[in-house]
Design a protein around this ligand. Structure first.
Ligand code: FEC
Length: 310
């Protein structure tokens, strides 16, 4: 019998080309095409970012290859990774289909985002589960891994290195560490969603391990819709910090694991520009990308979930 375990590695997805931005944006908007102004705005953000126009695709490819290698270390030949993207090809459904086509009967799904929200990870899982059910495939999920010791170690190392960027003359306590994650519509709090709590838990644990006491948590990249989103927004937090006399801020976008638009544009261009106007020095921690500690976090979480099936 085939005892291989399929690993559905799910990530946000990014356009394949400039021409593909409209299709991608329409998918994010659940089938509603953007207005020409909205499309132009998003296209110009992609054009502005450094490190390539769509760095998320190559980063996700490298993370999936790295996870495959980490799983092969643990148990050679046992796990086979498949990509499933939320808003681009190969879609989550395509990944599950490929597993079924390859004869995989049992699978574990994991999202390249450490914190669970019904509106983020929950919606990846729902789509994977529906497709798996339709194809008669057994699938279980890692829902979150926001307090995995290796994730916390990787992030706290980055915070320490980030503090060093302010120079030997700056004491770490003079730097305010501003943790952040993607905002979501504020109505998730009425649903008792774990997302805000999990993010605060990661922030507190990372601060503790890095010896940081001067920190706060804020939200970034809120959607431009009429409904209220979780706040405060990072740009308001920068203004408030400056008003309280802060001069140096280290941005730690711990809700993300890769270099992509929401970091390279929203933090490195937009937030930095606001900081500059306020006379604040803003630095950012490096993203996890293919940090071996992150890949081991994923591999160990997948293996632990696979064991609970046995
Ligand atoms: O680099 C790239 O090409 C992709 C960057 C990217 C990441 C990402 C992660 C998250 N999002 C989350 C929630 C929402 C909600 C909406 C929404 C909209 C967008 C738009 C773009 C976009 N997101 Fe995203 N997100 C990324 C990119 N996101 C582009 C559309 C234009 C805009 O608003 O800027 C609102 C959708 C709606 O209209 O209903 C909600 C969450 C994450 C982090 C977790 C995860 O990775 O899944 C949550 C990366």
């Amino acid at each position: 019998a085939d005892n291989r375990i399929g690993v559905l590695v799910m990530s946000y997805g990014t356009p394949e080309s400039m021409d593909d931005i409209e299709t991608y944006y329409t998918h994010i908007r659940r089938g509603h095409p953007p207005t020409p102004e909205q499309l132009q705005d998003l296209s110009s953000r992609y054009e502005a970012i450094v490190g390539g126009v769509f760095p998320l695709r190559a980063n996700t490819d490298r993370q999936v290859a790295g996870l495959q290698a980490a799983l092969d270390e643990v148990d050679p030949g046992r796990y086979v990774c498949y990509q499933g993207l939320k808003h681009a090809r190969p879609y989550i459904e395509d990944g599950v289909q490929r597993m079924a086509d390859d004869g995989i009967r049992e699978a574990v799904g994991i999202v390249l985002a450490p914190h669970y929200s019904v509106m983020s990870v929950g919606s990846y899982i729902k789509r994977a589960e529906e497709q798996a059910q339709a194809l008669g495939l057994q699938i279980r999920f890692v829902e979150s891994y926001h307090l995995h010791p290796k994730l916390l170690l990787a992030l706290s190392d980055r915070v320490k290195r980030g503090l060093a960027r302010f120079g030997a003359d700056t004491a770490p306590a003079e730097v305010h560490v501003l943790f952040s994650a993607h905002s979501l519509p504020a109505r998730i709090t009425e649903m008792n969603d774990p997302y805000p709590r999990q993010l605060l838990e990661t922030a507190a644990a990372v601060a503790d391990r890095a010896g940081v006491t001067n920190w706060s948590f804020t939200w970034q990249s809120a959607g431009r819709t009429r409904e209220p989103w979780l706040g405060p927004d990072i740009l308001d937090s920068l203004r408030e910090l400056q008003g309280k006399g802060a001069a140096r801020v280290l941005s730690a976008p711990i809700g993300f694991v890769s270099d992509h638009l929401e970091v390279l544009y929203d933090i490195d261009l937009e937030a930095r520009q606001v900081a500059e106007r306020l006379g604040l020095q803003l630095e950012r921690i490096e993203m996890l990308n293919t940090d071996p500690l992150y890949l081991e976090t994923l591999a160990e979480s997948v293996a632990a979930e696979a064991r609970t099936a046995a």
